[in-house]
Design a protein around this ligand. Structure first.
Ligand code: SIN
Ligand code: MN
Length: 330
């Protein structure tokens, strides 16, 4: 399942900057063949910087108001309880296919027992609904920029703590508008703990070791970054390294949930797309990377349009694209 064939253009390396702000005017430009005929430098005599709290971000709804395509048969759920794939992608990195269930059947846990009592936690529909609601409120979804003004090719919202893509720092308030990030719902946190336990169980079984915790440590998430990628969404190869040195040194894992359309996820030891490995992350998949894989490069090279499960789209009007939640411990 690991191939090498996919290329991406990172938002930073690409030619196109989609929007910049010149005073209060929003200008779209292409860096390759466009230059501004005037200075964009702020004149400190005439323009006083606004306090962050006076900026407003545009609300972004992950529900779709228009007409969606009729989901095709090929998108129907093919998940059969008890036949879920679990894969060790590399030491400390595990892929749990279809870990998040759609319905209320619950899932067979690693020991083969029905874990129905947890089923309410894992419903993808519930996760989407909660993210939509939080995403429309204060601290909800917005389209962040890098330091050079280029917009990320996704909408983002932080839960627990804010993470700022320009400074790479965590804080209690969002710099762009002074809002406070919503808390991480308890049910999300429980689901993360459960996913790590399931990955550790797999490591114990596959590697015949009793010390799976040393290969993939447990963690209790206090940060969740929720991304929504439309069909043109991307995320260039990067490392998650803005957490505390202790968290990174201990290899406390990043846990990532995918819902909606599938994504081509790339990862590897170098910031080089040609050397990166590739895994398709489908709706319901959870990928975990910790231990010696904590600082791997990773990114999203493309979203596969119309690949979301039919059942999900029947039950919820998720916009075309992919919802991704990544959890970490600061
Ligand atoms: C991230 O690295 O922050 C998100 C990765 C993903 O969308 O799968
Ligand atoms: Mn990341």
């Amino acid at each position: 399942m690991a191939t090498n064939k996919h290329r991406v253009t990172t938002p930073l390396a690409g030619n196109r900057v989609e929007f910049i702000m010149v005073g209060t005017i929003r200008v779209s430009l292409n860096l390759k063949n466009f230059s501004l005929p005037f200075s964009t430098k702020r004149n400190s005599d005439t323009a006083k910087p606004k306090p962050a709290s006076s900026f407003r971000v545009n609300q972004f709804d992950i529900f779709f108001n228009g007409k969606r395509y009729a989901p095709q048969e090929k998108n129907k759920e093919i998940c059969i309880e008890g036949e879920k794939e679990r894969m060790i992608l590399r030491p400390g990195m595990v892929l749990l296919k279809k870990f998040l269930t759609h319905d209320e059947q619950g899932w067979l846990n690693a020991q083969g027992r029905d874990s129905n009592s947890n089923s309410y936690l894992s419903r993808r529909v519930e996760i989407v609904k909660i993210c939509r609601e939080l995403g429309l409120g204060p601290g909800g979804f917005y389209r962040p920029s890098y330091e050079n003004g280029a917009k990320l090719r996704l909408h983002m919202m932080c839960l627990g703590l804010d993470w700022d893509p320009q400074t790479g720092k965590y804080g209690n308030k969002r710099l762009v508008d002074g809002s406070n990030p919503p808390s991480i719902p308890e049910r999300f946190r429980k689901l993360v703990v459960k996913a790590i336990q399931e990955a550790q169980y797999l490591i114990r079984k596959e590697c015949r070791v009793s010390y799976a915790e040393r290969i993939l440590p447990s963690m209790s998430p206090d940060i969740c970054i929720v991304n929504f990628y439309n069909n043109y969404g991307r995320l260039g190869l990067h490392k998650d390294r803005d957490e505390t040195p202790e968290s990174i040194q201990k290899g406390l894992p990043v846990v990532s949930f995918s819902i909606g359309d599938s994504a081509e996820f790339i990862y590897g030891d170098h910031r080089d797309v040609d050397k990166a490995e590739n895994a398709v992350l489908d709706s319901g998949d959870v990928v975990i990377f910790g231990g010696v894989s904590r600082l791997i490069f990773h990114g999203v090279s493309s979203i596969i349009p119309n690949s979301a499960p039919k059942k999900l789209l029947q039950d919820i009007m998720l916009s075309p694209g992919r919802l991704n939640l990544t959890f970490r411990q600061y």
